[in-house]
Design a protein around this ligand. Structure first.
Ligand SMILES: Nc1ncnc2c1ncn2[C@@H]1O[C@H](COP(=O)(O)OP(=O)(O)O)[C@@H](O)[C@H]1O
Ligand SMILES: [Mg+2]
Length: 299
Protein backbone atom coordinates (compact mmCIF):
# COMPACT_ATOMS: atom_id res chain seq x y z
CA UNK A 1 0.00 0.00 0.00
CA UNK A 2 1.16 3.51 -0.78
CA UNK A 3 0.12 6.89 -2.19
CA UNK A 4 -1.50 9.89 -0.60
CA UNK A 5 -2.99 9.37 2.85
CA UNK A 6 -5.20 12.37 2.00
CA UNK A 7 -4.95 13.73 -1.53
CA UNK A 8 -5.15 17.54 -1.40
CA UNK A 9 -7.56 19.43 -3.65
CA UNK A 10 -5.73 21.81 -5.99
CA UNK A 11 -6.06 25.51 -5.20
CA UNK A 12 -8.03 27.29 -7.89
CA UNK A 13 -6.43 30.43 -9.26
CA UNK A 14 -8.05 32.31 -12.14
CA UNK A 15 -5.79 32.19 -15.19
CA UNK A 16 -3.90 29.14 -13.97
CA UNK A 17 -4.62 25.66 -15.17
CA UNK A 18 -3.87 22.92 -12.66
CA UNK A 19 -1.75 20.21 -14.30
CA UNK A 20 -0.58 17.82 -11.64
CA UNK A 21 -0.46 17.19 -7.92
CA UNK A 22 2.93 15.62 -7.22
CA UNK A 23 4.11 14.16 -3.94
CA UNK A 24 5.43 17.53 -2.84
CA UNK A 25 4.82 20.05 -5.64
CA UNK A 26 1.71 21.25 -7.41
CA UNK A 27 2.06 22.18 -11.06
CA UNK A 28 0.05 24.75 -12.99
CA UNK A 29 0.25 26.39 -16.40
CA UNK A 30 -0.23 30.12 -16.78
CA UNK A 31 -1.68 31.95 -19.77
CA UNK A 32 1.78 32.47 -21.30
CA UNK A 33 2.49 28.75 -21.17
CA UNK A 34 4.90 28.95 -18.22
CA UNK A 35 5.02 26.11 -15.75
CA UNK A 36 4.22 27.23 -12.21
CA UNK A 37 5.75 24.99 -9.55
CA UNK A 38 4.39 25.43 -6.05
CA UNK A 39 6.22 23.50 -3.34
CA UNK A 40 3.89 22.42 -0.55
CA UNK A 41 4.75 21.51 3.04
CA UNK A 42 3.89 17.88 2.30
CA UNK A 43 6.29 15.19 3.42
CA UNK A 44 6.70 11.80 1.82
CA UNK A 45 8.27 8.75 3.43
CA UNK A 46 8.20 5.05 2.59
CA UNK A 47 6.29 5.76 -0.64
CA UNK A 48 3.51 7.53 1.26
CA UNK A 49 2.62 11.19 1.30
CA UNK A 50 2.02 11.64 5.02
CA UNK A 51 -1.13 13.16 6.53
CA UNK A 52 0.94 15.71 8.49
CA UNK A 53 2.69 18.72 6.96
CA UNK A 54 6.02 20.25 8.02
CA UNK A 55 5.51 24.03 8.32
CA UNK A 56 7.86 26.08 6.09
CA UNK A 57 9.20 23.03 4.29
CA UNK A 58 7.94 24.24 0.90
CA UNK A 59 9.67 27.59 1.34
CA UNK A 60 12.91 25.97 2.49
CA UNK A 61 12.97 23.61 -0.51
CA UNK A 62 12.26 26.46 -2.91
CA UNK A 63 14.75 28.95 -1.44
CA UNK A 64 17.48 26.33 -1.21
CA UNK A 65 16.89 25.20 -4.80
CA UNK A 66 17.04 28.79 -6.03
CA UNK A 67 20.30 29.35 -4.17
CA UNK A 68 21.80 26.23 -5.72
CA UNK A 69 20.60 27.09 -9.23
CA UNK A 70 22.66 30.29 -8.87
CA UNK A 71 25.74 28.39 -7.70
CA UNK A 72 25.46 26.10 -10.72
CA UNK A 73 24.50 28.62 -13.37
CA UNK A 74 27.84 28.40 -15.21
CA UNK A 75 27.58 24.60 -15.46
CA UNK A 76 24.01 24.13 -16.65
CA UNK A 77 20.99 26.34 -17.38
CA UNK A 78 18.05 26.01 -14.97
CA UNK A 79 14.35 25.97 -15.70
CA UNK A 80 13.62 28.92 -13.40
CA UNK A 81 12.34 32.06 -15.12
CA UNK A 82 11.07 34.09 -12.20
CA UNK A 83 9.91 33.89 -8.62
CA UNK A 84 7.23 36.53 -8.91
CA UNK A 85 3.91 35.59 -7.43
CA UNK A 86 1.44 34.90 -10.26
CA UNK A 87 -1.44 37.36 -10.39
CA UNK A 88 -4.31 36.22 -8.21
CA UNK A 89 -2.26 33.55 -6.42
CA UNK A 90 -2.79 33.19 -2.68
CA UNK A 91 -0.35 35.13 -0.45
CA UNK A 92 0.89 31.91 1.08
CA UNK A 93 2.41 30.89 -2.26
CA UNK A 94 5.07 33.57 -1.72
CA UNK A 95 8.53 32.08 -1.29
CA UNK A 96 7.53 28.66 -2.51
CA UNK A 97 6.58 29.36 -6.10
CA UNK A 98 8.83 29.22 -9.14
CA UNK A 99 7.80 30.24 -12.63
CA UNK A 100 9.60 27.82 -14.92
CA UNK A 101 10.19 26.93 -18.52
CA UNK A 102 8.04 23.90 -19.31
CA UNK A 103 10.45 21.17 -20.39
CA UNK A 104 10.25 17.92 -22.26
CA UNK A 105 11.28 15.92 -19.22
CA UNK A 106 13.65 12.97 -19.53
CA UNK A 107 12.32 9.85 -17.78
CA UNK A 108 15.49 9.37 -15.72
CA UNK A 109 16.32 10.22 -12.14
CA UNK A 110 19.95 11.30 -12.50
CA UNK A 111 21.56 10.22 -9.25
CA UNK A 112 25.16 10.93 -8.34
CA UNK A 113 26.79 9.22 -5.38
CA UNK A 114 30.05 10.11 -3.73
CA UNK A 115 29.42 7.85 -0.73
CA UNK A 116 27.93 4.42 -0.33
CA UNK A 117 24.59 3.99 1.48
CA UNK A 118 20.90 3.26 0.91
CA UNK A 119 19.97 1.32 -2.23
CA UNK A 120 23.58 1.59 -3.42
CA UNK A 121 24.79 -0.23 -0.33
CA UNK A 122 22.12 -2.92 -0.73
CA UNK A 123 23.27 -3.63 -4.27
CA UNK A 124 26.96 -3.47 -3.29
CA UNK A 125 26.48 -6.02 -0.55
CA UNK A 126 24.93 -8.42 -3.06
CA UNK A 127 27.55 -8.29 -5.79
CA UNK A 128 30.03 -5.42 -5.26
CA UNK A 129 28.35 -3.26 -7.90
CA UNK A 130 26.04 -0.23 -7.92
CA UNK A 131 23.88 0.16 -11.03
CA UNK A 132 26.15 -2.38 -12.66
CA UNK A 133 29.35 -0.43 -11.85
CA UNK A 134 32.04 -2.49 -10.16
CA UNK A 135 33.37 -1.09 -6.87
CA UNK A 136 36.37 -2.07 -4.74
CA UNK A 137 36.12 -4.57 -1.88
CA UNK A 138 35.87 -3.46 1.71
CA UNK A 139 33.41 -0.57 1.49
CA UNK A 140 30.89 -0.16 4.29
CA UNK A 141 27.82 1.99 5.00
CA UNK A 142 28.97 5.59 4.62
CA UNK A 143 32.28 4.90 2.86
CA UNK A 144 33.51 7.51 0.44
CA UNK A 145 33.75 6.10 -3.08
CA UNK A 146 37.04 6.32 -5.00
CA UNK A 147 35.30 8.83 -7.26
CA UNK A 148 31.66 9.91 -7.68
CA UNK A 149 29.47 7.62 -9.78
CA UNK A 150 26.37 8.14 -11.92
CA UNK A 151 23.68 5.74 -10.73
CA UNK A 152 20.49 6.49 -12.65
CA UNK A 153 17.02 5.32 -11.66
CA UNK A 154 13.69 5.15 -13.41
CA UNK A 155 11.14 7.72 -12.30
CA UNK A 156 8.25 6.06 -10.47
CA UNK A 157 4.68 7.33 -10.07
CA UNK A 158 3.33 8.50 -6.71
CA UNK A 159 3.35 5.50 -4.41
CA UNK A 160 5.84 3.53 -6.43
CA UNK A 161 9.48 2.79 -5.91
CA UNK A 162 12.23 4.28 -8.06
CA UNK A 163 14.37 1.52 -9.48
CA UNK A 164 18.09 1.67 -10.14
CA UNK A 165 19.00 0.99 -13.74
CA UNK A 166 22.23 0.55 -15.65
CA UNK A 167 23.80 3.25 -17.78
CA UNK A 168 23.12 1.05 -20.82
CA UNK A 169 19.41 1.05 -19.98
CA UNK A 170 19.42 4.87 -19.85
CA UNK A 171 21.19 4.97 -23.22
CA UNK A 172 18.48 2.71 -24.63
CA UNK A 173 15.76 5.01 -23.32
CA UNK A 174 17.13 8.46 -24.18
CA UNK A 175 19.82 7.70 -26.77
CA UNK A 176 23.57 7.32 -26.43
CA UNK A 177 24.40 10.99 -26.81
CA UNK A 178 21.88 12.29 -24.30
CA UNK A 179 22.87 9.57 -21.82
CA UNK A 180 26.51 10.62 -22.07
CA UNK A 181 25.64 14.28 -21.50
CA UNK A 182 23.36 13.42 -18.56
CA UNK A 183 26.15 11.49 -16.90
CA UNK A 184 28.71 14.19 -17.50
CA UNK A 185 26.53 17.06 -16.26
CA UNK A 186 25.23 15.07 -13.28
CA UNK A 187 28.77 14.34 -12.11
CA UNK A 188 29.96 17.89 -12.76
CA UNK A 189 27.09 19.39 -10.79
CA UNK A 190 27.49 16.86 -8.00
CA UNK A 191 31.20 17.62 -7.70
CA UNK A 192 30.64 21.37 -7.57
CA UNK A 193 27.93 20.97 -4.93
CA UNK A 194 29.96 18.48 -2.91
CA UNK A 195 32.85 20.94 -2.69
CA UNK A 196 30.59 23.83 -1.69
CA UNK A 197 28.86 21.70 0.95
CA UNK A 198 32.17 20.37 2.28
CA UNK A 199 33.38 23.93 2.92
CA UNK A 200 30.30 24.37 5.13
CA UNK A 201 30.83 21.19 7.13
CA UNK A 202 28.31 19.09 5.23
CA UNK A 203 28.92 15.91 3.29
CA UNK A 204 26.79 15.60 0.18
CA UNK A 205 26.57 11.81 0.13
CA UNK A 206 24.33 11.57 -2.91
CA UNK A 207 21.73 13.54 -4.79
CA UNK A 208 19.15 13.29 -7.56
CA UNK A 209 18.63 15.63 -10.50
CA UNK A 210 15.98 15.78 -13.17
CA UNK A 211 16.66 17.22 -16.61
CA UNK A 212 14.53 18.14 -19.57
CA UNK A 213 14.85 19.70 -22.98
CA UNK A 214 13.93 23.29 -23.72
CA UNK A 215 14.02 22.79 -27.47
CA UNK A 216 17.59 21.57 -27.98
CA UNK A 217 18.84 22.90 -24.68
CA UNK A 218 19.36 20.40 -21.89
CA UNK A 219 18.10 22.14 -18.76
CA UNK A 220 18.24 21.38 -15.04
CA UNK A 221 14.68 21.06 -13.70
CA UNK A 222 12.66 20.34 -10.59
CA UNK A 223 14.25 21.07 -7.19
CA UNK A 224 17.98 20.69 -6.66
CA UNK A 225 20.21 19.75 -3.75
CA UNK A 226 17.57 19.90 -1.04
CA UNK A 227 17.20 17.50 1.89
CA UNK A 228 14.35 15.85 -0.08
CA UNK A 229 16.53 15.07 -3.08
CA UNK A 230 19.88 14.56 -1.34
CA UNK A 231 21.58 12.98 1.61
CA UNK A 232 23.38 15.63 3.65
CA UNK A 233 25.50 14.41 6.55
CA UNK A 234 27.14 16.53 9.23
CA UNK A 235 30.85 16.07 8.39
CA UNK A 236 31.99 16.12 12.01
CA UNK A 237 29.85 13.08 12.80
CA UNK A 238 30.78 11.04 9.75
CA UNK A 239 31.79 7.55 10.75
CA UNK A 240 31.75 4.85 8.07
CA UNK A 241 30.40 1.51 9.21
CA UNK A 242 27.04 2.68 10.49
CA UNK A 243 24.06 4.68 9.27
CA UNK A 244 25.00 8.37 9.31
CA UNK A 245 22.92 11.07 10.98
CA UNK A 246 21.41 13.29 8.26
CA UNK A 247 19.64 16.57 7.60
CA UNK A 248 16.39 15.17 6.31
CA UNK A 249 13.45 12.94 7.10
CA UNK A 250 15.42 10.84 9.47
CA UNK A 251 13.27 11.71 12.50
CA UNK A 252 10.14 10.95 10.53
CA UNK A 253 11.40 7.63 9.22
CA UNK A 254 12.75 6.59 12.61
CA UNK A 255 9.48 7.46 14.33
CA UNK A 256 7.31 5.74 11.69
CA UNK A 257 9.27 2.52 12.09
CA UNK A 258 9.39 2.72 15.90
CA UNK A 259 6.90 0.81 18.08
CA UNK A 260 5.56 4.18 19.23
CA UNK A 261 3.90 4.88 15.87
CA UNK A 262 2.12 1.52 15.88
CA UNK A 263 2.52 1.46 12.10
CA UNK A 264 3.61 -1.47 9.98
CA UNK A 265 5.30 -0.14 6.84
CA UNK A 266 4.74 -3.46 5.11
CA UNK A 267 1.09 -3.71 6.16
CA UNK A 268 -2.20 -2.51 4.64
CA UNK A 269 -2.73 0.66 6.74
CA UNK A 270 -1.69 4.19 5.81
CA UNK A 271 0.85 5.87 8.13
CA UNK A 272 -0.55 7.77 11.16
CA UNK A 273 -0.23 11.54 11.77
CA UNK A 274 3.15 12.66 13.13
CA UNK A 275 3.46 13.85 16.73
CA UNK A 276 4.13 17.57 17.17
CA UNK A 277 7.63 16.95 18.47
CA UNK A 278 8.66 15.05 15.33
CA UNK A 279 7.19 17.83 13.18
CA UNK A 280 9.18 20.47 15.09
CA UNK A 281 12.45 18.58 15.00
CA UNK A 282 12.07 17.88 11.29
CA UNK A 283 11.27 21.51 10.54
CA UNK A 284 14.37 22.55 12.49
CA UNK A 285 16.56 20.14 10.49
CA UNK A 286 15.39 21.50 7.14
CA UNK A 287 16.04 25.05 8.31
CA UNK A 288 19.43 24.11 9.73
CA UNK A 289 20.44 22.58 6.39
CA UNK A 290 19.37 25.76 4.60
CA UNK A 291 21.29 28.01 6.97
CA UNK A 292 24.47 25.94 6.99
CA UNK A 293 24.61 25.56 3.23
CA UNK A 294 23.69 29.09 2.20
CA UNK A 295 25.05 30.97 5.21
CA UNK A 296 21.82 33.00 5.17
CA UNK A 297 19.72 33.11 8.35
CA UNK A 298 16.24 31.67 7.80
CA UNK A 299 13.37 34.14 7.88
N1 LIG B 1 10.55 22.44 -15.93
C1 LIG B 1 9.74 21.38 -15.83
N2 LIG B 1 8.91 21.03 -16.85
C2 LIG B 1 8.06 19.97 -16.72
N3 LIG B 1 7.96 19.19 -15.64
C3 LIG B 1 8.77 19.48 -14.59
C4 LIG B 1 9.69 20.58 -14.62
N4 LIG B 1 10.37 20.62 -13.45
C5 LIG B 1 9.89 19.60 -12.71
N5 LIG B 1 8.93 18.91 -13.37
C6 LIG B 1 8.13 17.77 -12.86
O1 LIG B 1 7.28 18.33 -11.86
C7 LIG B 1 7.01 17.39 -10.82
C8 LIG B 1 7.36 18.00 -9.47
O2 LIG B 1 6.52 17.57 -8.47
P1 LIG B 1 6.89 16.45 -7.39
O3 LIG B 1 6.07 16.76 -6.19
O4 LIG B 1 8.36 16.32 -7.25
O5 LIG B 1 6.26 15.23 -8.14
P2 LIG B 1 6.62 13.69 -8.17
O6 LIG B 1 5.67 13.06 -7.23
O7 LIG B 1 6.31 13.37 -9.62
O8 LIG B 1 8.07 13.54 -7.80
C9 LIG B 1 7.86 16.17 -11.15
O9 LIG B 1 7.04 15.19 -11.78
C10 LIG B 1 8.92 16.70 -12.13
O10 LIG B 1 9.40 15.71 -12.99
MG1 LIG C 1 9.73 14.70 -7.27
Amino acid sequence: MSGFVEKPEPVEVPGLQHLHTGKVRDLYRDRDGNLIMVASDRMSAYDWVLPTEIPDKGRVLTQLSLWWFDQLADLVPSHVRSTELPEGAPEDWAGRTMICTPLEMLPVECVARGYLTGSGLVEYEKDRTVCGLALPEGLVDGSELPSPIFTPATKADVGEHDENVSYEEVARQVGVETAAVLRQITLAVYSRARDIARDRGIILADTKFEFGYDGERLTLADEVLTPDSSRFWPADQWQPGRRQPSFDKQFVRDWLTSPESGWDRHGQQPPPPLPQEIVERTRAKYIEAYELLTGIPWS
